[in-house]
Design a protein around this ligand. Sequence first.
Ligand code: GLV
Length: 307
Amino acid sequence: MALLIVAPNRDTQAVQEHLRKQDPTLDIRIWPVIGNANDIDFAVVWKHPPELLTQLPALKAISSYGAGVEGILNDPLLPGDLPVGRISGPRLAADMAEFVTAVIINQHRGLWGFYEDQKAQRWQPWAPVGTPRVGLLGSGNMGAACARVLLSLGYEVHCWNRSGSGELDLTYHRGEAGLQQMASICDFLVCLLPLTEHTQGILNADLFAQMKAGSYLINVGRGDHLVEADLINALDQQQLSGAYLDVFQHEPLPADHPFWSHPGVLMSPHCASFTLPEEAARLIYQSYCQVQQGKGPLDAINRQQGY
Ligand code: GLV
């Protein structure tokens, strides 16, 4: 019985230390040093190498190291019946909510403009009238956390999800018509969806044409949700007032990509919310124990649905 962690560019040393505090006897392998592969029965992976799953004959379950599972589901070598879970805890969701709220507030309150005013020594008092209406695409762990914070600020919150319903005190929408309806009335549209065949390219010219004139797009889901050329067009046509992007089709963003210098785009390098070592270790251990008890990994996804 051994646990394999594949998380390049993450602080796996710290994760390992936190795991050892929970169970000093745990057999932990950190990729690329996997030891005897026949021992490994649970793997927690992020951007795992293409052939890895063929080397793990004893695998009982697999989990994403983060919230997104598309990197696992898109692996053509993933055994058809292997349960797939994810590591998506309250800290990850709270960090996302904080980030999305910060972006909305900065835009809504015109803080970017004040930075410019300060540089030019301009004294221009200004405050917006009214509170923004925010449309969230997705109501999972991340979407719900964002909704709660925005509701606490007194914002009008809408949410588009598969069922068109949920537990929070906000307006839910579903289907193609629901998406258009939500887009047409919201000042901010925030993509927090999982990436599936149904959501790929969902942020496209058709949607931008439906969005309220001058509204603002935030993508913290995945780069492939967005048709990048359509966004540049919508910004150039001033259909949208701007966009904040944390995720991109190619990461790191290529040096010659137009987003780097587009005046309508603000961006960050896929770090709106990070799986932090302490929370990761706690949830990995919980998931590992569940797998050993035959219960399947934590936060198991529906492979047909893709999330
Ligand atoms: C980050 O992008 C994640 O899926 O956790």
